[in-house]
Design a protein around this ligand. Structure first.
Ligand SMILES: [Zn+2]
Length: 431
């Protein structure tokens, strides 16, 4: 028999059609895609072709664009309930606190699964860790893992009363229980740990068939294999729907077929769902106000250097004197294309949350910058100027405070940022 898994992940509140960046042969290209009403239409067609199917949402669902943040996600459950989602897990969904997340998930017609989130006071699991689904006689066991960083690098109110683990200790026990007590034929890991973290988890727990990975916004056009499991991740912003069709014989996956479907503009949106979305967004019509114009496209589609981060850093440079300026490369937000800039684009890409700008003294002479900025994840960070006699020299191929131009020196922020990214291994600049 065939079992088809559909995947949404990291939609980040993009309810409607929006610009997206693609990587063409000559550089970035832009076109409109996405929106839950188009996703619903595509799902409807695909479910006719693949009737034995389950749809999962990897989380980062209740936070992102301005209308979703302004309503603390309250406009979403009625829309999400129309999609036929089987289960979700979570990350930024905790942004309004666990108590508010409960009011959202109580309105969903599917569960939030997390085997790695515990109450601090009792040690008990805060969410159902697993769920068993039966599809045409096939028993499908699903383990959920929420993003482990919620109580570590994010604001304290995200995790009030909760403790998050990386899931490595809990995962094997749940997989074993699903296989033996629940007699699951197929095991799926629904994870918001991030792609590299998922690969490590799968290599340490090799009896999982499929991992639906999220968080790192990877567009996997072909599945990755780790620990014997097929791993897919389907981009972000609802610009894509992942489809993985498994051929299963006697409880074993003997083949697969995968497609990363772009939610293209030419998909006819589901009329009823579009009407519901339009009504939800009605109070936010002011976000269409034009607040500026850009001659170049602004995107945050790459981790190390991208035009939107250059713009952010140049803006910081205009108001805060410093030698070095950093921002977190996180492949986030729909791009802004050349032309008029609407308030909703700026709110959603450049200012999805109330960010702090941190200014810190640079490390002393010869001190390595590696690992010194992890506490700044998600924030932009100028470094206070140092007296010239304290400025260390650059050494080797590592990122060090170097001859970066002083604020009055005329070098644009992007030049400083490029300089740093050239000196440092890419991995050292990711947070
Ligand atoms: Zn995430």
């Amino acid at each position: 028999m065939n079992l088809t898994l559909f995947q949404l992940n990291d939609v980040h509140g993009y309810l409607n059609l929006h610009q997206e960046v693609f990587y063409g042969p000559t550089g970035p290209e832009y076109r409109r895609c996405g929106g839950y009403a188009r996703i619903a239409s595509l799902l409807s067609a695909l479910r006719e072709a693949y009737p034995e199917s389950l749809l999962f949402d990897g989380g980062d669902t209740f936070h992102g664009t301005r209308p979703v943040v302004a309503t603390q996600g309250d406009i979403l459950p009625d829309i999400l309930n129309e999609l036929g989602i089987a289960a979700m897990t979570a990350h930024w969904d905790f942004a309004y606190g666990p108590a508010h997340l409960k009011t959202l998930t109580d309105r969903l017609n599917y569960p939030l699964l997390a085997a790695n989130v515990f109450h601090l006071d009792t040690g008990a699991l805060a969410y159902a860790p697993t769920q068993l689904f039966e599809v045409a006689g096939l028993r499908v066991g699903v383990v959920g893992l929420a993003c482990p960083i919620v109580d570590k690098t994010m604001s304290a109110h995200f995790s009030t009363g909760l403790r998050f683990t990386d899931g490595a200790a809990e995962l094997p026990g749940h997989v074993q229980r699903l296989r033996t007590e629940e007699r699951a034929d197929i095991i799926i890991l629904l994870s918001h740990c991030g792609f590299p973290q998922d690969v490590a988890l799968l290599e340490g727990c090799p009896s999982i068939d499929v991992c639906l990975s999220s968080h790192t916004h990877n567009r996997l056009y072909t599945p990755f294999v780790a620990g014997g499991a097929l791993v897919i991740q389907s981009g972000s912003h609802g610009s894509f729907l992942g489809r993985l069709t498994l051929t299963i014989e006697e409880g074993q996956v003997t083949g697969h077929n995968h497609e990363l479907h772009e939610i293209s503009e030419d998909i006819v949106p589901d009329a009823a769902l579009q009407a519901r979305i339009d009504a939800a967004l009605g109070p936010f019509v002011n976000l269409r106000e034009v607040v500026g114009v850009t001659a170049t496209a602004l995107h945050r589609g790459t981790s190390v250097e991208c035009p939107a981060d250059d713009f952010l850093l140049a803006s910081l440079r205009a108001v805060v004197p410093a030698d070095l300026y950093f921002s977190n490369g996180w492949r986030y937000g729909a791009p802004i294309v050349p032309g008029p800039v609407q308030l909703q684009s700026r709110k959603s890409q450049g200012q999805p949350l109330a960010s702090r700008v941190c200014a810190r003294p640079a490390p002393g002479p010869g001190r390595n910058l590696h690992g010194r900025f992890h506490h700044l994840a998600g924030r932009a960070a100028p470094v206070w100027p140092q007296p010239p006699e304290n400025r260390p020299a650059r050494r080797g191929g590592h990122a060090r405070v170097s001859e970066a131009a002083p604020p009055s020196g005329g070098a644009p922020a992007r030049h400083v940022y490029r300089r740093i990214s050239r000196f440092a291994p890419v991995s050292s600049l990711r947070t």
